[in-house]
Design a protein around this ligand. Structure first.
Ligand SMILES: [Zn+2]
Length: 76
C-alpha cells in the first residue's frame, strides 16, 4: 500500500510513504494524533491513499498569520 502525502493548503506534493514506513514517518512528522490522521487520509481512485498535511512554507505562513490560521479552520 502506498500513501501519497501533500500539502492541503497549496497542493504541493511532499512525498510518498510505503506501508512499511508509515509508522516511523508519522512519528517523525509528529503531525497529528491518530484520530486526526484517519480523518486526513483519503482513498484515491487507484486504491492508494492520500494524506493531506501541511508543508513547511504553509506552516510558517500560518504561524506568522494567526488570523489566517483561524479562517482556514486548520486541524478542526
Ligand atoms: Zn503548502
Amino acid at each position: 500500500m502506498i500513501i501519497y502525502y501533500g500539502c492541503r493548503h497549496c497542493g504541493k506534493e511532499l512525498g510518498i510513504l510505503e506501508y512499511k514506513e508509515i509508522d516511523l514517518s508519522f512519528r517523525f512528522l509528529e503531525l497529528i494524533d491518530e484520530q486526526d490522521m484517519m480523518e486526513m487520509v483519503v482513498s484515491e481512485k487507484d486504491g492508494n491513499f492520500r494524506l493531506n498535511v501541511i508543508c513547511e512554507y504553509c506552516q510558517q505562513t500560518l504561524e506568522a498569520n494567526p488570523n489566517y490560521h483561524e479562517l482556514d479552520h486548520f486541524l478542526q
